[in-house]
Each structure stands twice: as C-alpha cells, then as structure tokens.
Design a protein around this ligand. Structure first.
Ligand SMILES: *Cc1c(COP(=O)(O)O)cnc(C)c1O
Length: 388
C-alpha cells in the first residue's frame, strides 16, 4: 500500500466497533476480567491487550498502530507529551556510569533534562557537532550506551547524517535515538535511515490542530520491550480522548504537510531575496548546506524554518514582530496556523559556536494563503526599517 492509502486504512477496524469507521473513545482505568484464572494468566509482556488503564486501551492502540505502520516501525507507545517521550526513551537506555552522546542542536528542554536530571543520576552527557557524521566514532567510548539525534534541529535546522552515525553506532551495538518531530512519520522513514527509537512530539503535526499534548515513541523490534517496559515503570501513559483527537488529526497529515511545505517554500524563497535577511535556514531550499542530505533521507519538509536577520536593535526587532497580524507569537508548531518565535541560540550551544550575530527568527507556516503571509512579513520588515 502507498502511504496515503495506509494513512486512511491503518489503526481502525469497523467490524470490531459496531461498523463505525473510527475507533471510538475508550475511557477506562479499571479493566475487569471474567474469572480469576484469566486475571492470573494475563501476560505482562503484551501491551496491546486490556490489562489496566495505564497500559492503554483500543483508542490509544489505534493511534499507536497508525503511527508505527506509517513510519515502518515495529510498535509504538503514546505518552502524555513529547518531552515525556524523550525522557522515558533516554531512561530506557542510560543509567549511572553510562555515557550519552547528544547533538548540540537538540531541542532545549531535552538538553535541560539531560543536564539537570540525567547528569545528577550519574550519566555522563556529551554534546556533538550536528554535522559530525561518521566521525562520531571518535567520540564513542566503551560506556557509550545511546546516541541521540535530532535532524534537522528545530531552531537552526542543521541536517545530520543519521545513516553514517547509525553505521558507527550499530557496529558497536549502540542504539540510535532520534527526535523526529520535524520529519514526522509521513515525510521521514526513520527506520530506513538507521534510527532504532523514533520519538515524536505528537503535539505538533500528528495532532495538527494545536489542541492536544502528546508524545509517541516508535521502535524497531529489538528495542520495543525494553522501551515499553521503561514507559510502564515510569507510569507514563496517554488516554482515549487525546489519542482519538490525535488519530483524527493524523488522518490528514499528508494533505496538511504537502500544502504547508508548499506554503513554507514560497515564504522562505521570498525571505531569501529580502535585503534585511542574511540567511534562511531551511534544508528544503537548494541553497541550504543540508539540502542533499535532506533530499536523500526525507520525502518532504515540515513547514518550520528559521531565518537570520542582519544585526538590528531590540526595538527594531520588536517593531517587526509586533506589526505582524497573521503570525501568533508562541512556541510550538505543526498546527494549521502560522507562528513566530525569536529563540536565543547562544546559550543552547556547548560543542559548537553559533556563527551568526543577527537575531534568529523561527517561523511556522500554516495553511493560510502564502501571499497573505508574505504581505504580512513585508509590512513587518518595513516597520523594522522605519524604527531604530
Ligand atoms: C515541542 C517539541 C518537543 C516536546 O513536545 P511537547 O509535546 O511540547 O512536550 C520535542 N521535540 C521537539 C523538536 C519539539 O519541537
């Protein structure tokens, strides 16, 4: 089946659900059993049978199946947020005395979790240049237990050669974990690229409508049980209502992402030729240094990218952002609406130095007409120019 067909077919079974197309919302904490023998013999390693609310229900399994099949994984588990998915996945692989390698471009709260939590538990954290590729072998030590990638990084958009990193990792039996929120299960076949554990902030494109917090971890067969058991040990879970909404959003991820990519490219190309813009950071652009890697590994691009302005004053930057009418000022992305943030990069780097002195502006491009978005940005940049 082609992926657009699969998107509509997986994660549902009408004949099990009174003919309803969609798996209904199950709300359940307690699960009761017909007799004591069945209760006593419930298998503890099977996380797709009714046991207790924390282990899921048919609605959460429907979402997990749909995401896992799209991505080409073995199995998946949904948890309450993207960050919970990241922390649980990391804790499945590292413990006191272990060494963990992480890309320097990683999502800020992932860095905080590692520096503030894992480090105090005795895990040795080392950040690496996102462009390291196969040279990761030089950083691998005898106690390296996991390598964590994020490609492209969600603020600065450096592409990573995950295949080259995975090649070195797998030769030493080290799992590759990756935050694949930008690629999504629709545009990035992470397991083909060599990822073992793929982590999504479902909150973004999978949910797609800015209303649900969710994380999804997809793994290959080798790492499924250790990962799933860790999630259970931490008590992380999701619920039927959120997973129902997420699966409803996921059904349209293909049309949304294709349209949003088209819109984003138009906005990015327009920005690229603007005289106040120094660089656009978007691997989908031919001029981007990560373009070839992106073309090799991805079937499309998320509509999230950044651009670097030539140095401007704080009031000038504020005049630009505050003039915009169609871009909400806010974190998050992956919904149908456009957003803008002005992230501070310098404090988020330890293995590399960020070479640009002008501000980095991150845009999420929604489903609005790109001509309106460009006109809005044009007004904003004109206002910047007028202030000082
Ligand atoms: C938002 C985000 C997360 C965390 O997801 P939450 O659901 O907000 O916890 C993780 N990684 C990336 C790249 C993100 O953008």
């Amino acid at each position: 089946m082609k992926k657009d067909t699969l998107l509509g077919r997986s994660g549902r079974d009408p004949q099990q659900n009174a003919g309803a197309i969609n798996t209904p919302v199950y709300r359940a904490s307690t699960i009761v059993f017909p007799d004591i023998e069945t209760y006593a013999s419930r298998p503890s390693n099977d996380y797709k049978i009714p046991r207790y609310g924390i282990h899921g229900n048919p609605t959460t399994w429907a979402l997990e199946e749909a995401v896992s099949k799209m991505e080409g994984g073995y199995n998946a588990v949904a948890v309450c947020s993207g960050l919970a998915a990241i922390s649980a996945a990391l804790c499945a692989f590292v413990t006191a005395g272990d060494h963990l390698l992480i890309t320097d471009s990683v999502y800020g709260p992932t860095r905080t979790f590692c520096d503030k939590r894992l480090a105090t538990f005795g895990v040795e954290i080392q950040y690496f240049d996102p462009q390291i590729g196969g040279a990761i072998s030089k950083l691998i030590k005898s106690n390296t237990k996991a390598i964590f990638c994020e490609s492209p990084g969600s603020l600065t958009f450096e592409m990573q050669d995950i295949t080259a990193i995975a090649h070195e990792a797998h030769a030493r039996n080290i799992p590759v974990l990756a935050d694949t929120t930008w690629g999504t299960p629709y545009f990035f076949r992470s397991f083909d690229a060599g990822v073992d554990v793929s982590i999504h902030a479902g909150t973004k494109y999978i949910v797609g409508h800015s209303d649900v917090m969710l994380g999804v971890i997809v793994t290959n067969e080798k790492y499924w049980l250790p990962l799933r058991q860790t999630v259970a040990d931490y008590g992380y879970c999701s619920n039927g209502d959120d997973c129902y909404l997420a699966l409803r959003g996921f059904r349209t991820i293909g049309v949304r992402m294709k349209q949003q990519m088209h819109n984003a490219l138009q906005v990015a190309q327009w920005l690229q030729q603007h005289r106040l813009v120094k660089r656009v950071l978007y691997p989908a652009l031919e001029s981007d240094p990560g373009h070839q890697l992106w073309k090799r590994d991805f079937q499309g691009a998320a509509s999230l990218f950044s651009f670097v302005l030539h140095p401007v004053s704080k009031p000038q930057l504020a005049a630009f952002v505050n003039t915009l009418e169609l871009f909400g000022i806010g974190s998050s992305w992956g919904g149908y609406e456009s957003l803008i943030t002005v992230p501070q990069i310098s404090g988020l780097r330890t293995a590399t130095t960020w070479p640009n002195d002008g501000p980095v502006i991150r845009l999420h491009i929604g489903l609005e007409d790109p001509e309106d978005l460009i006109a809005d940005l044009e007004r904003g940049l004109a206002q910047l120019n007028k202030s000082n």
